[in-house]
Every structure is written in C-alpha cells, then in structure tokens.
Unconditional design. Structure first.
Length: 122
C-alpha cells in the first residue's frame, strides 16, 4: 500500500444523505459562522460589526446518468459528507441546495452548493 502521509489534495469522496456521488472537479467548503466588517466614521476606526453567515459545501459533480439533477434542486434538509485527501472529514447538516444546477454536457458535470447552519471539519 502506498504511503499517503504527505498527500494534501486531489482525491475526495462526497456523499449526500448517504448516497455517494462522483466528484467531477473542484469542491470546497466554509465552516465560517460570522462575517466581520470594520466600522469607520469621521473620528476614525470605531470597531466592527458582526453578522451571521451560513457554512457551505460546494462540489462539481459528474452526471453519471444514474442521478437526477432535479433532485439536487429539491434538497432542503440534507447531510453532506466530504472525505478529503488530507484526512479531513467535512460534515454539513441540515443543508439546502442554493442556486440552479446547470449541466455542462461536454464534461457531464454540474455544480451544487449547499448552505446551512452547521458545517464542521474533523
């Protein structure tokens, strides 16, 4: 078996509600909970404001023919799990699909972005 101690990127696995999908290309995630913006006024920098933002998982998925793309658009309360090449596991719970899913027929891929209140990395 190959030594993968130094592997950082490349191979990944994604499952949505326990169903594994083919990763067609790029994927990403954000575990951020808040966004901070500096507040300035006539007398200088005065502090910052903080607003909540959703975590997200995004992936370019291969349309294998066994999938129904419309099903992704219907997702409103799913668990998405990503296993990354560096050993991390990303788990998003209670996520919903945002944006529309448009298939690139030359590559048989489409991008899905899920957002929600809980995205963690282990």
């Amino acid at each position: 078996m190959a030594d993968t101690t130094n592997r950082l990127a490349g191979i990944a696995y994604i499952a949505c509600d326990g169903i594994t999908v083919m990763v067609g290309g790029k994927f990403g995630y954000s575990v951020s909970k808040v966004k901070r913006e500096t507040m300035s006024g006539g007398s200088g920098v005065q502090g910052y404001k903080e607003t909540f933002i959703p975590g997200f998982i995004t992936a370019e998925i291969r349309d294998s023919g066994a999938l129904t793309v419309a099903d992704f658009n219907d997702q409103t309360n799913v668990t998405v799990t990503m296993e990354l090449a560096n050993g991390k596991t990303i788990i998003g719970s209670g996520l919903w699909a945002v944006d529309s899913q448009e298939v690139d027929s030359m590559e048989a891929t489409f991008t899905v972005k899920w957002e929600g209140p809980s995205v963690t990395e282990n």
